[in-house]
Ligand binder design. Structure first.
Ligand SMILES: [Zn+2]
Length: 94
């Protein structure tokens, strides 16, 4: 059941499909250069082994401005958090 190549093949297919779509939509030049190649290879690697996201990101971002940086979201008491970016006070998870 477990084919170690399956995940790799899927990652390559997904990235290839994304590149093809970008080509079709005209977002990407048909002339490939070294930067494109690097980008594609890194995209495949990221799908197989996703980079660790910012560890400081909170589970409940600010509902108004979308702030996710825990350093900018300050607990006021046990219930409410104040967003330092926009000043909104909210109750995470509600
Ligand atoms: Zn905010």
């Amino acid at each position: 059941m477990t084919n170690p190549n399956h995940q790799l093949a899927d990652a390559i297919r997904e990235v290839t499909a994304a590149v093809q779509k970008a080509l079709d939509d005209g977002h990407r030049s048909r002339k490939i250069d070294a930067d494109d190649l690097v980008e594609v290879l890194l995209s495949i690697a990221d799908r197989l082994d996703p980079p660790v996201r910012e560890p400081n990101h909170v589970q409940f971002p600010c509902p108004k401005c979308g702030e996710v940086d825990a350093d900018r979201l300050v607990w006021q008491d046990d219930e409410f958090v104040r967003c330092s970016s926009c000043g909104t006070i909210y109750c995470p998870g509600n």
